[in-house]
Each structure stands twice: as C-alpha cells, then as structure tokens.
Design a protein around this ligand. Sequence first.
Ligand SMILES: NC(=O)C1=CN([C@@H]2O[C@H](COP(=O)(O)OP(=O)(O)OC[C@H]3O[C@@H](n4cnc5c(N)ncnc54)[C@H](O)[C@@H]3O)[C@@H](O)[C@H]2O)[C@@H](O)CC1
Ligand SMILES: Nc1ncnc2c1ncn2[C@@H]1O[C@H](COP(=O)(O)OP(=O)(O)O)[C@@H](O)[C@H]1O
Ligand SMILES: [K+]
Length: 517
Amino acid sequence: MKIVSNTQMKQLDRMTIEQYGIPGILLMENAGIAVFHEVYHHLQMMGGKQVAVVCGRGNNGGDGFVVARQLFQHNIKVKVFISGNPAVIGGDAKTNLEILKRLEVPIEVISPGENKNVFLGQLKQYDLIVDAIFGIGLDRNVDEFIGRVIETINEAEKTVVSIDIPSGVNAADGSICGTAVKAHKTIVFQLPKLGNINYPGSYYTGEMIVKNIGIPQEAIISLNPRIQMITTDWVKSILPKRKADTHKGDYGRVYIVAGSTGMTGAAMLTCEAVLRSGAGLVKVAIPQSLNNIMEVRLTEAITVPLPELKKGVVGISDIEKIMKTMSQSDAVAVGPGSGQSRELEEVLRNIFENSTTPIVLDADALNSLANRKELLKLLKGPAVLTPHPMEMARLTQIAVEDIQKNRVEIAGEFAQKWNVIVVLKGARTVVAAPSGEIFINTTGNPGMATAGSGDVLTGIITGFIAQGIEPVSATAAAVYIHGLAGDMAAGDIGEYGMMAGDIVTHLPHALKKIVGK
Ligand SMILES: NC(=O)C1=CN([C@@H]2O[C@H](COP(=O)(O)OP(=O)(O)OC[C@H]3O[C@@H](n4cnc5c(N)ncnc54)[C@H](O)[C@@H]3O)[C@@H](O)[C@H]2O)[C@@H](O)CC1
Ligand SMILES: Nc1ncnc2c1ncn2[C@@H]1O[C@H](COP(=O)(O)OP(=O)(O)O)[C@@H](O)[C@H]1O
Ligand SMILES: [K+]
C-alpha cells in the first residue's frame, strides 16, 4: 500500500476533483460516512450512546460535520463543538455546517476565552469523541487556544476517533506541532500519510483504519508515490511457492563471513536465521581458533575455518578461499560480530572488486566502510547495507537525532548516491532502493531492541536473496517477516524477556502465517 505526504494527498484530492469531475463535497460525504460507520460500530460494541464531534475550520472539520449529521440521522445523541470562529468556515465545510443548523443538531462554539474546566466537564458527558480539528492542512504549531482544546480532549479520557490524522500531528513527517490528540483509532482516507506511519505520529494515530473515499486508482497510479508500506499480501506475493520436485540446491547457497572472539553468537544467530528463512545450505567462514566452538553450536551449518593473522579475527591471508566459496554461493553476508579490523576492510575490497554475488553488509562491515565509503564504488553486484541509526550516523557523518528526524530522506539519498539497498533499522525500518523506491515496515516491537536482533535480520535477508528473490523485494519482505516473528515472540513470552534467539524460533511460525505452509 502506498504512503503519501500531505502535499501528495492534496494533489490527489485536486486531481480527483479537477480531472475526474468528482466534486469535493462528494469526497467529503464519502469520508464522513466512512468515519460514521466506524464510530457507530464502536459505539454499539461499547454500549455507548452519545458522541461529541470537535471540529476545526477546514475540510477536516467539514468531515466532522458529515459524521455528526449521519449520527444524528441514526438517532445517536450528538453535539458539535467548533473550535474558534465559525465565520471563517467556507466551501464544502460551510455547506455541511448549514445543513446541521437546519437539522437543529446541537452546536456549540468554543472560543479562546472558554474555561477549560467547563469544556472538560462537557466532554466527559460523552462516550466517544470524534477529533476533526485539523487534518492534512495543519502547517504550523497549534496556538495556545487550540492546544488547550486538544489537551482537554486527551484529559477527558474517553474513546477518541480521529479523522484522517490526529489533530496536531504533522501529516508530512509525523512530528508534533506543539501538542496532539492521542487517538484510539484514526480513520485514514484512501492512503496512509507519512505522519500516520512515522513516530511519534504513529503513536498518536493508535489503530489505523484506511478507508476508500472514492479517489480513483488511476489518479494514484499517475501520481506514482515512491513510498510504500510493506503489507502481508505484498510479502505473500513475493515469497515463491516451494515445488514438490526440488532439492536443497534449488533453495540457495549462503555464505556468511561473521564472528570473532567473544562474538561467535552473532555468526550463529545469522546462520540459524538463514536456514529458518528457507535457504538450502549455509557455510560460515569463521576464524580458525573459533571453529571448534562453532562446530559444537551449529548443527546444520557447515563451518569453513579461515587462517587468522590476529587471533580470533578473519584474515585476508586466505582471500582466495573466501572468493572461491563466494563464487559458489548465491548470496553472502559479511559483518555480524566480525570485529573491526584492517583485515576486514581488505576482505571487503577484494570482494567488491571481484565478485558479483549479492552481498549483505552488517555491523562491523558497515563500521569498516564508514571511513572508506568510496570502496562501495567498486561493487560489481547488488549490495544491501543494514545500518541501525548509529551505524548510519557513522556512514553519513550526520548526527543520530537528525537521521531519526529524516529517516526516509537520508536512507533514500544514500541508496541512490551509492547505488546500494539501505535498511535503516529501528521502529519503522526504512528500506531504500537505488531506484528511489522506498518501503516502510510497521511490524516489530521494542522487545526486539535486544542484542543479536540485527544479526537475525541479516540472516533472513541473505536467505531470501539466495532463494532467488529480487534483492530489493527480498530485503523488504525479510524486514517484515523479521518484525512479524518478533511480534509473535512478544505475543508468546512478552517484550521484556525475549531474546534474539526467540525471534529465530518464531521465524518458521511467521513464515507459515504468511505463506500458509
Ligand atoms: N477535497 C478535499 O481536499 C478533501 C479533504 N478532506 C479532508 O480535509 C482535510 C484537509 O482539509 P484542509 O486542507 O481544509 O485543512 P485542515 O482541515 O486540516 O485545516 C484547516 C485549516 O487550518 C489552518 N491551519 C493550519 N495549521 C493551523 C494552526 N496551527 N492553527 C490554526 N489554523 C491552522 C489551515 O490554513 C487550514 O486551511 C483532510 O485531512 C480530510 O480530512 C476530505 O473531506 C476529503 C476531500
Ligand atoms: N522498537 C522497535 N520496534 C521495531 N523494531 C525494532 C525496535 N527496536 C529494534 N527493532 C529491530 O531489531 C533489530 C535490531 O538490530 P540492531 O540494532 O542491529 O541490533 P544488534 O546489533 O543487537 O543485532 C532491527 O531490525 C530493528 O529494526
Ligand atoms: K483530525
């Protein structure tokens, strides 16, 4: 499902009205009815009877007027509160406000002089509050008066349904314009806005319900938004069916260069995730002195000990062996728990110069590249870089806070500039392709903020690529499945106690949930 900015959504509204001749008031009616159905259903479930609709001056408020009319005509007790001067309401919103007046739906204007406690007392009388103050038109910080209205809605401690986006959330990026409504549910029109998906906006959005309001699919296709949300259906369409008449060679050979003294666990988690993601075979290149440990810990993977110059660190001295195994592999991952060394840098340079095998670079491989990004220019095959925000900061020399504020832009620019696939990890992982295409992931939970989670992701991405899935799709699908496995682990044992190994354990269940086998 595509995700749009507020500017793109406005463009879509305009195209719908001007090019397809669908009047704005019809879109507003569709939007209001969609919200009404959700509100009505919710009221019935909770046994509620009374609704307050808090409306602003724009079209979001206009949607609120339609919701109020629909509720009124379905015999629900409803009252409309207008925040600010109703004289400035115009266009389709005004038409709907006039209808409410003729129907004698109760309307009250809340003005800046209003006593907050009086308004709070009023709101508390209702079972549910519809938030229709601002939608995608919010373009600056809310002033003190509107801020008070928003805070009062939150303090009323009632079920809140926001229209399109919680008022106060910037639809362009999910930042908060001073203060914002904390919704239980948000009914989003046609397509999610970035502000519904990105944090903190996503937190204020609560449960997101996307409703069609009649914007033609043709308009969306011609606008061609470059960002999409990874969905279950999409992942299902990406993962190939396993045919009966196949053998392990058909499911890809993976080569993992990982692990160093004290960090054999990283290599182990990556290998297990590769196999749990359905790949046929995995070989792990491990510093010689660690081979015995790995042999004991890994049952299904084949270990390939490498000579080491420094104890416990992969050496360049046997680069030919590395290159040979690479040439026999369908995908390779380098970096989990490798430790940072000149040796590793040289290994990377050799691989980049001489191999076309798709490569996934994680952890210490990324840190090694931080000061030698120009090495990426040598790449002959597809590459996936999987930085967490701190690794991205090292790669870009941009502060972590600034990266977090512009995750999509920064990942996208890096991917295009260096012609690599970037996975910027964290809550709402961003996958950016060199083509400019962007994916945002919504699975996963804070229980995954635990040592080794990233190593598991590297294994899944490499495993999917080895199975012949096109690298960008393989990466986005892997990110989704990784988060889903994390969500299933959290569902079983909770976010507090889960470890990376639990994500691996739940990986088969997550895959089964998607592909059904
Ligand atoms: N034809 C359309 O464009 C449609 C719009 N729809 C609804 O309309 C919404 C967008 O409507 P609008 O563009 O009218 O904008 P909003 O209703 O989001 O905002 C209202 C007005 O408030 C002003 N404003 C912005 N920030 C402010 C602030 N901090 N303090 C005070 N005033 C501020 C803006 O100038 C804007 O015109 C959508 O989110 C959706 O709910 C739907 O009815 C479907 C059709
Ligand atoms: N709050 C969260 N919500 C969703 N996913 C998360 C969250 N915290 C961490 N993750 C995921 O867990 C993984 C952690 O990876 P990383 O930071 O590299 O950990 P490590 O280096 O310990 O393996 C990433 O895929 C990240 O997206
Ligand atoms: K709203």
